[in-house]
Design a binder for this molecule. Sequence first.
Ligand SMILES: Cc1ncc(COP(=O)(O)O)c(C=O)c1O
Length: 451
Amino acid sequence: MALTSEEVVALTRKHNYGTWRKQKSWKPVHVVSADGCYFTDGAGRRLLDFSAQLMCVNLGHNNPAVVQAIQDQAATLTYAAPSYATTARAELSQLLLEVLPAGLTKFFFTTSGTEANEAAFKIARMYTGKTKIIARYRSYHGSTNSSIAATGDPRRWPMEPGGKGQGVVFGPEVNCYKCPIRHTYPGCGIACADYLEHMIRNESDVAAVLVEPVVGTNGVLVPPPEYFPKLRRICNEHGVLLIADEVMSGWGRTGRWFALDHWNVTPDILTTAKGITSAYVPLGLCATTGKIAEFFEEHFFAHGHTYEAHPMTLAPAIATIHEMQRLDLLARSKQMGAYLGERLLSLRSKHPCIGDVRGLGLFWAVELVKDQYTKEPLNSWQEKLDGKPLVVDQIAAKMMARGVSVQAWMSHFVLAPPLIVSRAEIDDAIAALDEALVLADALLEISVSVS
Ligand SMILES: Cc1ncc(COP(=O)(O)O)c(C=O)c1O
């Protein structure tokens, strides 16, 4: 007999771990099916998926061409070890040359963004013969030992001192809303990039600088146009590799295939996952330049997985790219993204709890603050780690009750719907957010009247 929805939730809660949280308060929603920009829960409610699950279902749910590609691959070849060549592997490699920044020509396929970054770190260290990686504080690069050690945000803290260091040193992120080194753009000369150069000069043994070109879960931080050309120059001058983690910012999310395309910068290594298959199957990619590839012709490539280049993961990626091209989703991301941005910016003047609204393409953040002048976030990371109820979670729950699902982090929302989203769907999400933000405005009013 089929499980009831309550049983599904109870069994999941009892036997599975809820990620990045204390377990006691975890109440997972039972997802039964999904289609386009919506998923349906166990009670039969259709919910607008306004963060594309984890900013990954870029094509929308249940795209028939991608589903068909999975079925066709399953009917033909379900597995081949990484030492073999497969048609899906060759076809996808050929297609990647069309969409990746020019110069990235050699690929290692993984089953997650985390593993793509692990591969990138190992490749960078083997290739340069150096150890250190410079990452930035407001960043997330994955959950395994090395990738969490390279994560600047406090998700790293519970792993320290065990994972401490691992050859990673942290520099300032680019954040023109709240500059970590207290400069103001324009007019700062991109001092945050200069600081990374200062670090390279003063840390010996630097293999790579690791960046999210548009920072994702840490609040959709979009750099000014001068940042990446300058950072590329710095890396070139010092013989340091530039690793672009485009796990979230890739695949049309910002209106281009990859975020770095906005600034015409090619990294030495690009990692990605999520939108590469619209998350229908788990696939990650670590792409390197031909120059790096050349090195391994005569040097031992000390990396691999059983599931590397798994044909079941590669065939849907081919279909995803073709669907993105057929539906012209880069143009749509740009166009709908501009509309979403306009609508979000219009909320700012209405809600004193909104500190900042920023984004690119269909990738936006709304950051909530206690005070627009001090920019102090509404909740802190420590409160999240301590399992305290966060205001953003209450707002997200209120929106969910109104039929809109959004991802909330600490003190901001990441609004990143499937790239097929319509104006009417954007309007629905904005109406739900507008209504729910009153909750946070009221908290501000209480604190003002008390003080
Ligand atoms: C920028 C970035 N890098 C790496 C990862 C890790 O990817 P995965 O969760 O597929 O391991 C994520 C996940 O959200 C991410 O946003």
